[in-house]
Every structure is written in C-alpha cells, then in structure tokens.
Design a protein around this ligand. Sequence first.
Ligand code: C5P
Length: 233
Amino acid sequence: MSVTAIVPAAGSGERMRSRLKKPYISLLGQPILLHTLKILDTVSDISHIIVPVYPGEEDLCQQQVMSRLSLRADIDIIAGGETRQESVRNALSRVADSCELVLIHDGARPLVSRPLIEECTAAAQSKQAATAAVPAKDTITMVSSADQTITKSLLRDSLYIIQTPQVFKKELIVAAHQSALDDGYKGTDDASLVERLGIPVTVIMGSYTNIKITTREDLLFAETLLKNYFFET
Ligand code: C5P
C-alpha cells in the first residue's frame, strides 16, 4: 500500500505566545515537528511525507528539523497557506499519481502512536475515509458571542473530539478539497470536507494523550506525558 503523509505545520502559532513558531519549539530538547515526523517515519507504508510550513520558513525547517533527522521516507517541505485547509490543499497538489492513500496528521500532535496511525490507515483502505477521535469528557455547549450566554447544550453521549491522523483514498480527499474550494466552504479539518460530500468517515478510537499542542499549558502536559508514559512506537 502506498501512503503519502501530509503534515500541516504552517500555523502562525499565536496562541503559544512564543518567539519561535510552534514546529521549532523544543519538546524535551527536540523541535515539536521532529517528534511528529520521527513517529510517522516508523510506519513502513508511508513512503512520502509532505510538510507545508509557514511561507518563507522552508529553509528554517530544513535547518531546525530536517538536518537533525535521517528519514526513510522521501520528504518535501513546501509553503503552506493562510488556513490549514489551504496548506493541505497545497500539499495535495504534490501527491504522486501512484499514491493510494493520503494520511493527514497535524505537525502539532507529536504524541501520536504508531498503532493509531496504522489502525486509521487500515480503516481507510477498506472504508475510504477514517479519522481518530475520542469521546468528549466534558459537557460541550454553544455560547452566543453577542451576550456570552448558552444558546444550546449538546448531548454528550454522541459528541467526539476529532483528532488526526485522518486517512482517505487519494481521489476522495482531492475531490473533497476541490468541492470545498468551489463552494467557498471552510472547515477546520479534512474529515468535515469529506463528510459534506455524503461519504461516511469511520471513527477510530484515538487517545487522550494524542494532544494538539496549541498553548503553553499543552507543552507542559506533553513534556510530562513524554517523560512518564511509555509510547509504543
Ligand atoms: O490551527 P490549528 O490548531 O487547527 O492547526 C492544526 C495544524 O494545522 C497545526 O499543525 C498547524 O501548524 C497547521 N496549520 C497549517 N496552516 C495554517 C494553519 C494551521 O498548516 N495556515
């Protein structure tokens, strides 16, 4: 099976309040993005990894991350876009014709495990589209931005928090991005673009340790997890 991994890492990282952009921030002595790429590279089906980074920072990524890694898979560092969706779309245009599945995994999720990557990939191979997700632990509600009051409480039993990896048949994710572009639809993940085509996306049980590093607290949590847990690779 031929899998290309797209690792969006082109966010501005404003919520980290850091001088360095998020992919290059140190997590136990190594850039966050380096941890993410290392784990993806342990999956033998992934033969090509495309990393959209903040435009103009391709050389920085090369110096800070790639020069410290020796990867089995072929790597392309490319310019990302203004939104995550645009970054992924840029990367999709670089996927080889021979690729069967496209796996999309946030550069900011360095604690993903190899078994989870493999499970999502196997599910996409048989069912076209799969995403990792975990059941919501807290009650989730909609709040009006006008007056900061609750407008709708949602039933927790059917709510999941979407994670990555998300894996799709190549033709499907290309079509989903094209359709979103044509319709001016903006989503915050790729599964939602596939869902709006009416194609079911299989949910695979993710992990509460597969966090997206977004704020400084997440970095502390990730360091604690890395120090104290055994991560199966
Ligand atoms: O913004 P969000 O937290 O959803 O970002 C998830 C991932 O998407 C991060 O790894 C971030 O670097 C990436 N991203 C991107 N291009 C953007 C915005 C976010 O590749 N313009």
